[in-house]
Design a protein around this ligand. Structure first.
Ligand code: ATP
Ligand code: MG
Length: 216
């Protein structure tokens, strides 16, 4: 299966959530996890390389997809192979729309879309949803409120939530703004980090299981 963390808006927490999810699912699932960093900044990959210095074994491998080396998509069958595989193939994308992402966005099983309620983020999220619609992507869209501030009253939350629900599943549990998530590594979630993502990821995994009728 393919699960892609994407949205057009930069800095919404795609990489943070992708790392957290990769770590979380590595522990909770028996399946093999493969991570593909499809962002030219290669944040996930750099972090994973940096973490080699840690005295903790790696949970998964991270592969970069270079501009000049468009693997694994030069060959369309490879993409379908990843989709049909029992492995959990996670992709982290850049915060920009690019035609090179089209096939992946069309053939992902799930696109996880972190978003915030700022005006810029709302607009970008809606543009991204439109983009997916234009591409006729069949991927299930899962929206996660990211960096959510419990003490803040988001005036546009109700209208934004209603709009988003037309296009996919909005997870009930937000991922709150937490300092502990700023120091995440690719080897292990500490107790605080796990606690910060647990509710959202439980919902996400339940949703994946129900949609595909599997048991991750
Ligand atoms: N829940 C959170 N609480 C606090 N800080 C967060 C949270 N999620 C992400 N951040 C911080 O926000 C910044 C952007 O996060 P991240 O790099 O994950 O976003 P991104 O969507 O991958 O960005 P880009 O579009 O550049 O790839 C980072 O400094 C990260 O530590
Ligand atoms: Mg990123």
């Amino acid at each position: 299966m393919i699960i892609t963390f994407a949205t057009q808006k930069g800095g919404t927490g795609k990489t943070t959530l992708a790392i957290a999810f990769a770590n979380y699912i590595s522990v909770s699932s028996k399946r093999k996890i493969n991570v593909f960093d499809f962002d030219f900044q290669k944040s996930f990959y750099h972090k994973w390389k940096e973490d080699e210095l840690m005295d903790i074994p790696k949970l998964y491998d991270v592969e970069i997809i270079e501009e000049e080396n468009e693997q694994p998509f030069t060959d369309f069958e490879t993409l379908i192979g990843l989709k049909e595989s029992e492995d959990i193939n996670l992709f982290d994308l850049a915060g920009t729309l690019d035609v090179k992402y089209s096939d992946l966005l069309i053939y992902s099983d799930f696109i996880v879309i972190p978003f915030e309620y700022s005006n810029v983020s709302v607009k970008s999220t809606l543009v991204f949803i439109n983009f997916l619609g234009l591409m006729e992507s069949q991927a299930e869209r899962v929206f996660i409120r990211s960096k959510y501030d419990k003490g803040y009253k988001y005036l546009n939350q109700e209208s934004m939530d209603a709009e988003i629900r037309k296009y996919g599943t909005l997870l009930k549990s937000p991922v709150f703004k937490r300092n502990c998530l700023q120091t995440i590594d690719t080897r292990k979630l500490n107790y605080e980090q796990k606690y910060a993502v647990k509710n959202s990821f439980t919902e996400l995994i339940d949703h994946i299981n129900n949609t595909l009728e599997i048991n991750l």
